[in-house]
Design a protein around this ligand. Structure first.
Ligand code: D61
Ligand code: MG
Length: 419
């Protein structure tokens, strides 16, 4: 199905990436974990990481040295905290108490929480396994994780008591608490591991922007999912210019206003791209570069797909698997990073209309991103004389032949031989 989606979208190069990925040839997410030599509780932690994170599990297990376990534990501790924040069945006073005191549970070998109904509740029910591994990390890593956990818990408690996100400044503040602080914590872990310069951990503004770009993209994409769950994270200051209620955007007659509101929020998220480019240009360790680059390119691809797209109000807009895999394979240095970001900037530009109230602001940031994503060769595509569609068909046939051949081979291996 993924092969067909890329073929029909006229992107033969994605079929090549999908086949390469299927054959296990994706260096950037090759795990460096030796699970057989790991203590059982740390192995359990990596299982929880794979169960709770689609986006960060593979790139975390590809990190170098002791950074790997530190980032894995950092993720699970914050995922546990977020599971408390997201659980609408926990009474408010209990939730506020837990959010404020969560970082203290890291020092309590027995603390666990058994009353969550969330999908990721296992990280709360088996928190002793996670906190045990936390206390084995070197003191600098423990200090960073505990500090970020304390500040994120306090920030989440502040917004849980408020009904919604009001101004754009509130939106930046909320995204700082739940994602900017992750970027700041990760950057201190990167510098603390000495795989990256001290400057990476010290420049908190850039690290914060890395998180805000990812979180704002998620909040924009998840409009409908959050509406269905009775949650609203779009800033009132923006949507109240286009509707009386945020839920009005679900009605088709509101579609133009809904799109203008959506485009204004995408434009706001794009304002973080210059900081993201500067942050990425400072990284020196390959595994850290890949770890940071992959979520960022997935985010700009998602933003480009969401821009001026009515489907945001009818479901969850997703990028193609082939596209995602191609970016994962190629996002390994700044030249490629720029080359991947650029086409999505052009995709947004191609959907802009002068009637859009945000047109001039969007045009300005698109121009800025164009300058920052100039590359020696702007297109990272296969130059062929055959049209993309022809190439796609050839590759699909090749893929199906290969699929058929492996099956024949497998049947031969497992059956004919055995008998
Ligand atoms: C470089 C590389 C990765 C980065 C980064 C810089 C800066 C920030 C981030 C990753 C975090 C991006 C978060 C975007 C996804 N949003 C969420 O997960 C929301 O929960 C936020 C609070 C918990 C944060 C958990 C987290 C996430 C990624 C990590 C990490 C911790 C630790 C290390 C590495 C990556 C969202 O949760 C969705 C859900 O519940 O499934 C929400 O509730 O809003
Ligand atoms: Mg949350």
């Amino acid at each position: 199905m993924d092969l067909m989606r890329s073929a029909l979208a006229g992107h033969p190069e994605e079929i090549y990436s999908l086949l390469k990925f299927k054959l296990g040839g994706c260096e950037t997410v090759q795990t460096k974990c030796h699970y057989d030599q790991m203590c059982p509780s740390m192995r359990t932690c990596y299982q929880y990481l794979n169960q709770t994170s689609r986006s960060f599990a593979a790139v975390t297990q590809a990190l170098d040295g002791d950074l790997r376990d530190a980032v894995c534990i950092f993720y699970l501790v914050l995922r546990a905290l977020d599971t408390v924040e997201d659980d609408m069945t926990i009474p408010l006073d209990t939730k506020l108490d837990m959010l404020h005191n969560f970082y203290t549970y890291l020092q309590d070998p027995a603390w666990r929480f058994m009353d969550s109904n969330e999908k990721d509740k296992m990280v709360l029910e088996d928190f002793p396994t996670i906190s045990q591994e936390f206390r084995k990390l070197k003191p600098l890593y423990q200090e960073v994780i505990s500090d970020i956990c304390r500040r994120m818990g306090a920030g989440m408690a502040e917004f849980v008591q408020r009904s919604d996100v009001d101004t754009l400044a509130d939106w930046d503040k909320y995204c700082h608490y739940v994602a900017g602080l992750v970027g700041i914590g990760l950057s201190r872990l990167f510098s603390g591991s000495e795989f990256e310069d001290q400057l990476v951990g010290e420049d908190t503004d850039l690290a914060n922007s890395m998180g805000l770009f990812l979180q704002k993209t998620n909040i924009i994409r998840d409009y409908l999912e959050d509406q269905v769950d009775g949650r609203e994270f779009w800033p009132r200051q923006v949507w109240s210019k286009y509707a009386k209620k945020l839920s009005d955007f679900r009605q088709s007659e509101m579609s133009q206003n809904a799109l203008w509101c959506l485009n204004e929020l995408v434009t706001n998220a794009l304002l973080h791209v210059p900081d993201v480019m500067k942050y990425m240009s400072r990284l020196r360790n390959q595994s850290v570069f890949n770890f940071c680059a992959i979520p960022q390119v997935m985010a700009i691809a998602t933003l480009a797909r969401c821009y001026n797209n009515p489907k945001v109000f009818q479901g969850v807009v997703k990028i193609r698997k082939g596209e995602a895999v191609k970016m994962m394979i190629n996002a390994t240095n700044m030249e490629n990073f720029r080359g991947i970001m650029r086409p999505f900037c052009e995709e947004i530009f191609s959907k802009m209309s002068q009637q859009d109230p945000s047109y001039s602001v969007t045009m300005e940031i698109v121009e800025t991103i164009r300058q920052l994503t100039e590359t020696k060769h702007n297109a990272l595509t296969i130059q062929t004389t055959l049209s993309p569609l022809h190439v796609s068909c050839v590759l699909v046939v090749a893929a199906m032949t290969w699929q058929y051949w492996t099956q024949i081979h497998w049947i031969y291996e497992h059956y004919l031989d055995w008998h």
